[in-house]
Design a protein around this ligand. Structure first.
Ligand code: ZN
Length: 306
């Protein structure tokens, strides 16, 4: 086994150990932590992606649906509201945001970007996590899809889903609740942690920065920002996350220009100011690996375009 590959495996193993420990911890009790953001809006934290719930005269609507194993707990939480679940919006295709569709989609309408439909309807892989996603059953696929944006009027709200191209994946949307001034960022925000960027499904670290810049222009200091992962957030923290993406990818790019191997980059590490971001989800070595693969992929695209 060459050194570079073994360093990558070590970093991956480190990550999986953390995930295994987290799973062990979670298996004790599967439930959602529910926090009211504003009247009619609840923030649901389970195991996978954060869920935003809208509750009102038209019924219930949720953004994202967590893992299958969380479905019983999710149904239990939703049952407390007495009204019916009408819509499930998916921010992107990853299982920790969509597996709940399999049960919820039997009665509710699912809305997502066209690429979410395509990916859920076919075999997908995330090599970094050794994850395989089989085609979802028909009920679990989006019923309504859009290519650029979609507006839904529900519970006296204007809800806008806006596609963000080539960021975390190629099919991400943010969901904006205009009156309530709440935005669900999907995985365009891992609050306070290095994020996963799915380069294998056309995600890009630099693309994520461009997308976030567009969002920052359109939200206010008091907008409630719901991250895909991590605690409830705001514009200031979204800006800090954006600056981390820029700062860390510039550092990796500089090391690449010095022809350093991935292993050498991971050995050297990032500058001190970014260390704290490695304590949440992915460690620094894995994050350097993701930036490296993202920048390499965009160099290859530029080469073929020439
Ligand atoms: Zn994701």
């Amino acid at each position: 086994m060459n050194k570079l590959f073994s360093a990558f495996i070590m970093a991956t193993l480190f990550f999986f150990t953390n995930v295994a420990l987290a799973e062990e911890h979670h298996s004790e009790k599967k439930s959602f932590k529910v926090t009211e953001l504003k009247p009619g809006f609840q923030f649901l934290q389970g195991k996978g992606g954060n869920i935003l719930l809208s509750e009102g005269k038209d019924g219930l609507l949720i953004v994202d649906s967590d893992y299958s194993e969380m479905t019983p707990a999710l149904l239990e939480t939703l049952a407390k509201y007495k009204s019916e679940l009408k819509y499930v919006l998916n921010t992107h295709w990853h299982g920790d945001h969509t597996q709940g569709n399999k049960e919820l989609g039997k009665s509710a309408e699912i809305i997502a970007h066209d690429n979410v439909y395509q990916r859920l309807n076919s075999h997908q892989e995330v090599k970094l996590f050794n994850m395989v996603s089989k085609p979802y059953p028909a009920d679990a696929l989006p019923d309504i899809t859009f290519d650029h944006s979609l507006t839904l009027r529900f519970n006296d709200e204007t809800i806008k889903a806006l596609h963000l191209p080539n960021g975390h994946t190629d099919g991400d949307s943010i969901i904006f609740f205009e009156k309530a001034n709440i935005v669900h960022m999907g995985d365009h925000l891992f609050n306070g942690m290095f994020p996963f960027v799915d380069v294998g499904t056309n995600g890009s670290v630099r693309g994520m920065v461009t997308n976030i810049d567009g969002i920052l222009d359109h939200i206010a200091d008091d907008t409630i920002v719901v991250p895909g992962h991590g605690a409830i957030s705001n514009k200031e923290e979204l800006l800090a996350f954006r600056d981390m993406l820029v700062g860390t990818s510039n550092e990796v790019e500089m090391m690449m220009q010095q022809n350093m191997s991935l292993e050498a980059m991971q050995e050297k590490g990032l500058s001190e100011q970014w260390k704290v971001w490695g304590n949440g989800f992915l460690n620094e070595k894995v994050w350097i690996g993701i930036i490296h693969s993202s920048l390499t992929a965009s160099l290859q695209t530029q080469d073929t375009a020439k």
